[in-house]
Design a protein around this ligand. Structure first.
Ligand SMILES: N[C@@H](CCC(=O)N[C@@H](CS)C(=O)NCC(=O)O)C(=O)O
Length: 214
């Protein structure tokens, strides 16, 4: 199974983390964004939206990290796996949180943090407020259940943890969000291969982002 990825891409981190949980050995296909390899014809033929992660298994190509996470458990784990159990309601809640991550959580993290690597400045005050609101939503969810989609760790935690890793990489303080901080630390301990995936990712990210100013 080929995985097209870029080491500084947070959505790729989630797929790599899930690979460790399921013991999947990807055939790693690095895409070098610095030389704009994602805009070359052969990659655009594979994924017209030219984004990583992109998975290729024989004739089957799949992009969007959250779709990849669901697919990998469905296609490559035995039976009803705790990371994405078959129960309809449990799945619906996992999908709810994956959508929350895509539409709100990661989105707001990106809006606030991306000026750090685009122009070496922090995001605007308005973006900071919107990020704080999103972290407040997650804090509220974590006041109801131990993990983001219930009392067991699922692919929704893996996806949102990869998103939150951008905050950690940018040294954003989670002090005001103790439940989010505790959840992140729990996931860190429970996820197999966290150091293997995130260690080099954080190092590369720190070099790329430069010195955070907050
Ligand atoms: N929603 C997508 C986002 C993927 C994404 O934005 N990837 C970035 C790297 S972090 C990318 O490939 N950007 C290249 C481009 O848009 O041309 C996912 O979760 O997979």
């Amino acid at each position: 199974m080929d995985l097209y990825y870029f080491s500084l891409s947070p959505p790729c981190w989630s797929v790599l983390l899930l690979g460790h949980q399921l013991d999947i050995k990807f055939n790693m296909k690095p895409i070098d964004f610095f030389s704009k390899a994602h805009l070359k014809e052969d990659f655009i033929k594979l994924n017209p939206v030219h984004k990583v992660p992109t998975l290729q298994e024989g004739e089957f190509t799949l992009s969007e990290s959250r779709a990849i996470l669901s697919y990998l458990v469905d296609a490559h784990a035995q039976g009803s796996h705790p990371l994405y159990p078959s129960d309809a309601k449990v799945r619906a809640l996992i999908q709810q949180q994956l959508n929350f991550d895509l539409g709100i959580f990661y989105h707001r993290i990106y809006d606030y943090c991306s000026p750090l690597w685009k122009s070496k400045t922090t995001g605007s005050e308005a973006d900071r407020e919107r990020l704080h609101e999103a972290l407040g939503f997650l804090e509220a969810y974590l006041g109801r259940t131990r993990y983001v989609a219930g009392n067991g760790l699922t692919i929704a935690d893996i996806s949102m943890m990869a998103s939150a890793s951008v905050l950690v990489a940018c040294k954003f303080s989670l002090e005001k969000f103790p439940k989010v901080f505790a959840w992140y630390e729990t996931c860190k301990k429970e996820l197999v291969g966290y150091q293997d995936v995130m260690g080099p990712a954080f190092e590369g990210f720190a070099r790329f982002v430069g010195k955070p100013t907050h």
